[in-house]
Design a protein around this ligand. Structure first.
Ligand code: ARG
Length: 474
């Protein structure tokens, strides 16, 4: 017998009309209908939030005299059993009940009978789904915040260990001025700190409870929305029932903030890929975060970093999917919105995986201080220090100092030596007033030591900044 043949409505029969909403239907859904409609394969992830919201709703219904105490007790007992069944892997998830909400309610009916039907009083799947989803995104934000903090801790620890380790700082990926590795790593600590701030802002804005908005118009039952909001850890109930069930801006904000996290992770990953390549050789990743080649025995590949770089695309894609899905949707709820979950689930999981791998790579990596120092030689990285010396000591206007320094760099290039190794006479041939003192600013160590401005790369500043970052972020 197929769904089409069956015109009766037997309880528990998969072929009849839907038990939850099928009262006016003669036939059950076509298989293709069920396939496009059912979300249970992914929204089962919302089970804990769905049951928590049902518990809060049930207690409120009892407190307000909308549901009798003994029915409320039966419902709460049944919900406890369902959590246990799900967590033991024994829960019968069924596509014919479409989503997590109806699967839980259908099972509740099997467990406690009639009383199960009272749980859905003064509520709709529309406010139920969005309440669950807000709770889930809130949890995801809290988990990501912890992981971002772990990454910051790993970066700060490396920064402290390498507050004096000099390396080339780049602009245009051309060696520009000497910096310290600690300073470079603390730049990422700032980026991830702002990422945490964006997630926290999104969390604060989303932390209002939609439960009680019902389908879209509110309900005629004397519910207490403040009570359910409080029970679920929300700051307050949402103000407008139509807005409550029809916007997904909290998901979009989460994904937008998450996409920026992914971009920051991807930039860090790209630097790790560069730094452990032969041309740079600045760091060695640990065995635990490297892979070998099946054909080239000498290879140590930074696969984790490459995957972090690559997975940024998924997170950005998730943001795009939800933005485009929401565009032009009329108020209030539309089933399109069921498409909000998979991108969010995938983005949250992807970010979690990428954060774990990034923290591991940073924690375990071994910087090669000698290789980084060697890379600072030969690129005239202290040319700006020479120009600044001409300004400070000789009173030359900076533009002229820039020009003079350019001519001196040209002489160094002709001799094939670094600025610190250029004989004084060569410099004096360009500007007669230059004295022996100039050599004090031409070494890379002197250069970084002199960058003492607030937020600068001087080792003392880096140590202060690392200590401050511990206080601000950890
Ligand atoms: N699974 C649905 C969703 O995620 C639940 C809401 C269904 N509401 C409805 N009126 N059909 O959006």
């Amino acid at each position: 017998m197929t769904a089409r043949d069956n015109k009766t409505k037997p309880e528990g029969n998969n072929n009849g009309p839907n038990r939850m909403w099928g009262g006016r239907f003669g036939l059950g859904p076509a298989e293709a209908m069920q396939r496009i409609n059912a979300s249970i394969d992914f929204d089962r992830q919302l089970y804990a939030q769905d049951i928590a919201a049902s518990q809060a709703h049930c207690k409120m219904l009892v407190a307000r005299g909308i549901v009798a105490e003994h029915d409320g007790a039966a419902i709460l007992g049944g919900l406890d059993t369902i959590v246990r069944e799900i967590e033991a892997g024994e829960f019968p998830f069924r596509a014919e009940y479409e989503d997590i909400h109806m699967n839980v309610e259908a099972r509740l009916r099997e467990l406690i009978g009639e009383a199960a039907g009272r749980l859905h009083t003064a509520r709709s799947r529309n406010d139920q789904a969005v309440t669950d989803f807000r709770l889930w995104v809130r949890d995801a934000i809290d988990a990501l915040d912890g992981q971002l903090k772990d990454l910051q801790a790993a970066l700060i620890a490396q920064a402290e260990a390498h507050a004096e380790t000099v390396m080339p700082g780049f602009t245009h990926l051309q060696a520009a001025q000497p910096v310290t590795l600690g300073h470079h790593l603390l730049a990422y600590v700032e980026m991830f700190g702002r990422d945490r701030g964006r997630l926290e802002d999104a969390r604060a804005r989303m932390n209002e409870c939609p439960l009680g908005a019902a389908a879209l118009a509110g309900t005629s039952f004397p519910i207490d929305r403040v009570m359910t909001a409080k029970a679920l850890g929300f700051d307050r109930p949402t103000a407008n029932s139509m807005d409550s069930v029809s916007d997904r801006d909290f998901a979009m904000e989460f994904l937008a903030a998450g996409a920026i996290v992914a971009i920051h992770l991807s930039r860090l990953a790209e630097e790790l890929v560069l730094w452990c390549s032969g041309g740079f050789g600045y760091v060695r990743l640990s065995d635990a975060f490297s892979t070998g080649s099946s054909i080239m025995p000498q290879k140590r590949n930074p696969d984790a970093a490459e995957l972090v770089r690559g997975k940024a695309g998924r997170v950005i894609g998730a943001l795009n999917a939800v933005l485009v899905m929401m565009k032009g949707l009329p108020m209030a709820y539309g089933k399109d919105m069921q498409e909000d979950k998979e991108p969010v689930f995938d983005a949250a999981q992807t970010l979690s995986i990428c954060l774990g791998a990034s923290t591991g790579m940073i924690h375990d990596m071994t910087p090669d201080a000698a290789a980084m120092r060697a890379a600072t030689a030969g690129g005239y990285l202290t040319a700006t220090d020479l120009a600044d010396w001409l300004v400070r000591v000789l009173g030359v206007p900076f533009r002229d100092a820039h020009h003079i320094t350019g001519a001196i760099v040209q002489r160094a290039a002709q001799r094939g030596c670094d600025l610190a190794a250029l004989p004084l006479e060569e410099m004096q041939a360009v500007e007669a007033r230059i004295t022996q003192d100039v050599f004090e600013v031409l070494s890379v160590d002197a250069s970084v030591r002199s960058r003492t401005s607030l937020g600068g790369t001087a080792p003392d500043r880096v140590r202060e900044a690392a200590a401050a970052a511990r206080g601000r972020f950890l």
